[in-house]
Design a protein around this ligand. Structure first.
Ligand code: GLC
Length: 713
């Protein structure tokens, strides 16, 4: 009999339900605070895991309660939202996604895992894999953007980074893929709101990243708060039990989101907490985060025949199995020795990751900054902001270690006179500082405007119906630009911001996102040209909020946009095109694509499709370039998106270098959910689009025909 079987045999019902109880220690506040006495609950065997706690001393003391004072001495899980770093804060996930570099994604997760493990954490509630096309949604910052392929590759990289090859390694932490699924499609971009997602959209957009996570061996999954088509994810039998458990074979732990089980009552599907407990357990949820519903009401659900004990046992078994995979029964605190050198290396990685995440959106010959610049004015509420650089979800981050933009620029330009004015507040409407700021700008040779959001305006419970520059920042920017001094506008944010006429009037625009601890140095590296910016947008950047949702993988209209024809798909007041398309991003110098070619024009189903394209770098400077490969299935039994990302390749080019990029597309790239939503491939004509972004006018195009195999039935 296994160790787990033996434990189960000896456990009382309360002790079993205790393993399904995940409580917060409230060191970080990530939901309505509770005043539960968790120590007493742990001693009574009523807790399976504690989260929002970190620090070796605190965790060791809490683990000791379980190991020495509870009857069965079952070790606890210790969870935390380690999304983009633990002590060393990396750029927010939406920023990092723009690096389009899976190895980097893995490396930052690996460092975060090590730092979190040093602090006693053994479970992270990350990666967040919500595909979203709605910048009103504050949590868009936490995920990898709008594209399912990018999100799937991001999932694999992050899970490998967090979990390594063996969860028993003290430097590994269990990963939780969240929020399963569709939270990014919440109505009107509002947190916790319901989402109406067609079964097709589920299969094409929202499920693929979680399929990738399960295939990557993710230890846990967290359902979304949201209700999808009338079924709250926390009790979604079709998606949790049939899709996740049965179709994908996921045998890890499903842990609810914060008080989500109790909220089934508010959703209107449970009449009381007993029914809520039964619905969640029967749907496949194993752990109850904070609501206490499992512990307090499953006994009654059992008595009322709403649940069976073998279902409870199965959930307990999965929780105990995770603890066993982590090696907690043998080594409950998993000693990881801290190391100062690691911190230095982590900060260098944070700087490099931030450099690779910063997107140069426009540049009217302003950047890079001339090395002989004499007087620089750094203006705006984010110029000398320290904590804001971390962005949201930086639980154990140390704001005091963040490098501000002002500090970074001063360090990078030691011979330049750098002056600074906040100008306006981050979220106040007072513009009393505008005049003074303009005076500084007038006397400078260049102005760097540091605008954007505060960290609290991004992340959970941070949706914005008007995602523009908060407060009086737009006025400040317009006034400073009107002084005529050359200027560069930096946008520090967790989402694409609506910037109105600044898109045309600013001399250069840089999306820094929330760049993490090494913000100032990374931004200075990019602005001075010490690093050639290479990040690309992982999300379409709208012109105005009214265009949302806007994304590249649209399905065609029967009346495609034709500005000259009123009876086509368009607006009267705004262009249908985005301000900046998916994949957009500039570098210093130029690059071009030529000579896209396929190895054949016709292929039988299942044959590899060989693709090559030449990338040419101009003489000015070396660069890292990202080449995107999109497919369009012209005619199919189900209308296909006008383009779908199937691959990207990143290459480093020397000045003047010409490089051929070659890859192979396979049958898996041609598969789509057919009318019955089963994966199929249909013969026919396909277009391959290759470019530096999803901007249609910049893409090279090649076509091929797919033929049914002659031996196919
Ligand atoms: C929050 C978030 C979730 C997080 C959890 C624990 O409500 O929705 O992403 O992991 O609570 O902090």
């Amino acid at each position: 009999m296994s160790h787990i079987d033996e434990l189960l045999r000896t456990m009382t019902l309360t002790e079993k339900l205790g393993q399904l109880n995940l409580v917060t220690a409230d060191r970080a506040i990530t939901g309505p605070a509770t005043d539960a006495d968790i120590d007493a609950a742990i001693r009574a065997g009523k807790v399976g895991g504690v989260f929002n706690l970190w620090g070796r001393e605190a965790i060791s003391a809490t683990q000791r309660l379980a190991r020495e004072e509870s009857r069965l001495r079952i070790p606890l899980l210790f969870g935390l939202d380690v999304l983009h770093g633990h002590r060393t804060i990396f750029p927010v996930p939406l920023a990092e996604a723009g690096a389009f570099d899976p190895d980097l994604w893995m490396r930052t997760a690996r460092v975060a895992a090590l730092e979190a493990a040093e602090d006693g954490v053994n479970l992270t509630f990350a990666p967040m894999l919500d595909v979203s096309r709605d910048p009103r949604w504050g949590r868009i910052v936490e995920g990898p953007g709008e594209d399912p392929l990018t999100a799937s590759i991001f999932a694999r990289a992050k899970i490998h980074g967090f979990q390594g090859d063996d969860l028993r390694s003290p430097a590994a932490i269990a990963a939780t893929a969240k929020h399963f699924c569709g939270g990014g499609a919440a109505t009107a971009g509002r947190d916790y709101a319901s989402a109406d997602i067609s079964p097709r959209q589920l299969r094409e957009i929202y499920l693929p990243p979680f399929r990738a996570a399960v295939l990557a061996g993710c230890a846990a999954i967290m359902p979304a708060f949201n209700c999808i088509d009338g079924a709250p994810m926390t009790a979604h039998v079709e998606l949790l039990r049939h899709y996740l458990r049965e179709e994908l074979g996921f045998d890890g732990v499903v842990l609810s989101d914060y008080t989500a089980i109790g909220e089934l009552i508010e959703h209107g599907v449970a009449g009381d907490r007993t029914e809520a407990a039964a619905l969640a357990l029967n749907a496949g949820v194993d752990m109850d985060m904070v609501s206490g519903v499992f512990l307090e009401h499953l006994p009654e659900a059992l008595a009322r025949g709403l649940v069976r004990e073998d279902i409870i046992d199965a959930a307990v078994r999965r929780v105990l199995a995770l603890k066993e995979r982590l090696g907690l029964f043998d080594d409950p605190v998993r000693l990881v020795v801290s190391c100062a050198a690691r911190t230095e290396a982590a900060q260098e990685l944070a700087r490099d990751c931030a450099r690779r995440s910063i997107v140069l959106l426009t540049n009217r010959r302003i950047l890079p900054i001339d090395k002989n610049l004499r007087r620089l004015a750094v203006i705006g509420p984010l110029a000398d902001a320290r904590m804001e650089m971390q962005g949201p979800w930086s639980a154990a981050g140390r704001p005091e270690t963040c490098v501000t933009i002002l500090e970074g620029l001063k360090a990078a330009l030691p011979d330049c006179e750098v002056v600074h004015a906040e100008g306006v507040g981050l979220d106040r409407d007072d513009d009393c500082g505008v005049a003074g700021a303009c005076e500084l700008a007038r006397r400078a040779d260049l102005t760097v405007l540091c605008m954007g959001e505060a960290a609290y305006m991004s992340g959970e419970a941070a949706c914005r119906a008007t995602p523009d520059l908060p407060g009086a920042q737009q006025q400040l920017a317009q006034a400073v630009i009107a002084t005529g001094t050359p200027n560069a506008l930096l946008l520090v944010s967790g989402r694409p911001l609506m910037i109105g006429d600044l898109a045309e009037s600013a001399g250069a625009i840089v999306a820094t996102w929330f760049p993490g601890a090494m913000a100032g140095h990374a931004i200075a590296d990019v602005l001075t040209g010490a690093f050639n910016p290479c990040a690309r947008l992982p999300i379409t950047w709208p012109r105005v909020t009214g265009q949302i949702p806007i994304f590249y993988a649209q399905r065609a209209s029967g009346r495609p946009t034709d500005e000259a024809n009123p009876f086509t798909s368009k607006y009267l007041d705004v262009a249908v095109t985005p301000l900046f398309p998916f994949g957009h991003g500039l570098s210093y110098g130029q690059a071009s694509l030529e000579n896209l070619r396929l190895d054949r024009e016709r292929y039988f189903t299942g044959e590899d499709i060989g693709v090559s394209v030449d990338v040419i770098c101009s003489e000015e400077c070396a660069r890292r370039e990202t080449v995107f490969f999109f497919l369009h299935d012209r005619v199919a039994s189900v209308a296909r998106p006008i383009m779908e990302l199937k691959r990207w390749r990143q290459i480093d080019l020397a000045p003047g270098e010409r490089m051929t990029v070659s890859l192979t597309l396979g049958i898996e790239d041609l598969v789509f959910p057919g009318v019955e939503l089963r994966p199929i491939v249909e013969p026919g004509a396909f277009d391959l689009f290759v470019g530096f972004s999803a901007a249609p006018e910049t893409l090279l195009r090649a076509s091929f025909s797919l033929l049914a195999r002659p031996d196919a039935a």
